[in-house]
Design a binder for this molecule. Structure first.
Ligand code: ADP
Length: 573
């Protein structure tokens, strides 16, 4: 077998190849380290050298320092230059990158996209996002910025690849966060709308509660005001005490009754320097026997419990107390409320009634007893001595006693009539002097009396004759009764200020000045014991009522021990 090349030739060829290889390696090393600015590339037209038109050493160092990948492609999309950052992105050594088809470093799904992009990039600058094949990750997202580059050997494509993985990661995280945020916002919105609904509901409830509260408060205020007004204007005293009997409230009337003035502050219910409580019999009233304390001890109401109050500088008076317990919501006794009123008049009236009954029965009994005695004597005389001269005398006595009884019962009936507004007047025109001269014949019959009449004998009045007669008789009878040691009675009729004044003057016992204002009251007697003078205390009361009904006035002038002048006026006819 004949070899076409000798061993030396083959050795020389091999040596050349080795030199070429070494050169290639050197070239590659030089390119990698940036020591060369030209590259010999073998393509279908044979070997071709590429050099960067404006590349210089500084510039390449700068490119090597970049955090972006920097790649240059030729028209066939072959990688002419790559910085080490791009190789790092791919996770490959630089030598496995340079001279390779760029498209093979794109993940398959994006390769067609890339092809379409690069086609357009030869005409215009393009920016796009793609996924690189990477040994370290499945698809490294990059932003590729493509721009043509004018090299000595012709136009090439420069590409800057920015690693978007952290940006994408950030974006992903951002998306996630956004999603979470949206979710949170959704929840927040939901919560918010729930909250809003709840707030609305609560606000509505609150508004209702508030308006209820306002209404209740207003009702309460009104009630309190009403209660205060009632308490302030009540005719009864009201006091409130705590369990120990300490005063916590007193209305103005309580102050007025116990202290004598609405402005005087009442501090206690048990008495103080200015007044003290007494039992009805006049003995001291211990605190525990105060009706309010009695009520609290019993735990139940007391009614119409009368005690006396003795002020320091005024007359004793009497109060009637009602007391009721005050309890808390659990029913525990916490104090007491007492209402009271001055019942002095009530007591006086009832005393007067008692006195009146005793006086009236006594007054009636005296003439009745005399009448009975006269009748007994009469019947005895009539049967034993029918012609006895004593008979007229006893008949006269009996008559006088009958008249007394008649007057007494008439007085009582008159009072009752006045009380019921039934004292009709039957007015006629008459001469007053004539009435005075004709009346009191029973007194005038007693010759020991000295009747003196003076004054206008012509004056006429229009009045109820029998009623005016009743008044004059009553005044004359009193002049007789209350002047036992004087037999002179002066009667006078005179015109005065368009009225006629009639007066009856006696020279008897007279009346103490402090008693004068009460004389015309019902049942009033200067000496209620009736020891010296009998009577019901009704004559002057009835007279005053009669004169008042005639639109006149009644009065008295009196000097104790010297006598009295009772007078009345009537309108002239
Ligand atoms: P009575 O005479 O029945 O008691 P009256 O109403 O007539 O009732 O009089 C009331 C009181 O006025 C008498 O109790 C008496 O104390 C007093 N009084 C009336 N008239 C006189 C008088 N002329 N002088 C003194 N006191 C009189």
């Amino acid at each position: 077998m004949k070899s076409s090349k000798s061993y030396e030739e083959l050795l020389a060829e091999l040596n050349e190849v080795r030199i070429q290889l070494e050169e290639s390696n050197d070239t590659l090393e030089a390119i990698r380290s940036g020591e060369v600015d030209a590259l010999v590339v073998k393509n279908k037209d044979g070997h071709q050298v590429y050099s960067l038109k404006s590349a210089d050493h500084t510039y390449r160092i700068f490119i090597e320092q970049m955090t972006e990948g920097a790649v240059t492609l030729n028209k066939d999309n072959l990688i002419l230059y790559s910085n080490s950052q791009f190789a790092t992105m791919l996770g490959l050594p630089l030598e496995k990158v340079i001279g390779q088809q760029f498209v093979k470093f794109i993940i398959p799904e994006y390769q067609n996209t890339f092809r379409a992009l690069i086609l357009r990039a030869w005409d215009q600058n393009i920016k796009a996002e793609l996924l690189l094949r990477s040994s370290t990750s499945n698809g490294l997202p990059v932003l590729i910025s493509m721009k043509t580059l004018d090299l000595d050997e012709g136009v090439s494509m420069s590409m800057i690849l920015t690693d978007l993985s952290s940006q994408k990661e950030t974006e992903k995280i951002l998306v996630q966060k956004n999603e979470q945020l949206e979710e949170a916002q959704k929840i927040a919105r939901l919560l918010n709308s729930n909250l809003e609904a709840t707030v609305k509901e609560r606000t509505r409830e609150l508004e209702i509660t508030l308006s209820d509260k306002t209404r209740i408060e207003e009702d309460l205020r009104n009630n309190q005001e009403r209660l205060t007004r009632i308490l302030e204007t009540m005719a009864e005293g009201v006091v409130i005490v705590d369990l120990e009997g300490r005063l916590t409230y007193a209305n103005p009337m309580a102050q007025k009754i116990l202290c004598g003035s609405k402005d005087e502050k009442l501090t206690t219910i048990f008495g103080c320097d200015q007044w003290k409580n007494l039992k009805i019999d006049g003995s001291d009233l211990p605190a525990e026997e105060h009706p309010i304390m009695v009520m609290m001890a019993r735990g139940k109401e007391v009614y119409d419990y009368e005690i006396a109050v003795q002020p320091k500088n005024a007359e004793r008076f009497y109060i009637s107390l009602n007391a009721a317990p005050l309890r808390d919501r659990y029913g525990n006794l916490v104090g007491g409320i007492g209402t009271f009123m001055d019942v002095t008049n009530r007591r006086k009236i009832s005393q007067q009634k008692d006195e009146f009954i005793s006086i009236a029965s006594h007054e009636l009994k005296t003439p009745l007893t005399s009448l009975k005695a006269s009748m007994q004597l009469l019947s005895r005389i009539v049967s034993s001595n029918p012609g006895s001269e004593k008979i007229p005398e006893f008949l006269d006595k009996a008559n006088k006693n009958l008249l007394k009884i008649l007057y007494l019962t008439e007085d009582l009936m008159n009072v009752s009539k006045i009380q019921h507004g039934q004292l009709p007047l039957n007015k006629t025109k008459f001469n007053l002097s004539t009435l005075i001269n004709d009346c009191c014949n029973h007194v005038k019959a007693d010759s020991s009396y000295n009747f003196i009449f003076e004054g206008d004998e012509e004056v006429e009045v229009c009045a109820d004759y029998p009623r005016i007669d009743q008044v004059v008789v009553n005044l004359v009878n009193n002049a007789v009764k209350y002047a036992p040691d004087s037999k002179t009675i002066k009667l006078k009729v005179a015109r005065e200020n368009g009225m006629v004044k009639t007066s009856v003057q006696d020279f008897g016992i007279g009346i103490p000045p402090e008693k004068l204002p009460h004389l015309f009251g019902r049942y009033y007697r200067v000496d209620p014991s009736g020891i010296q003078f009998s009577g019901l205390g009704l004559g002057l009361y009835i007279s005053a009522q009669i004169i008042e009904r005639h639109k006149g006035t009644i009065g008295v002038d009196s000097v104790l021990g010297q006598g009295s002048t009772f007078w009345f006026t009537l309108p002239t006819a």
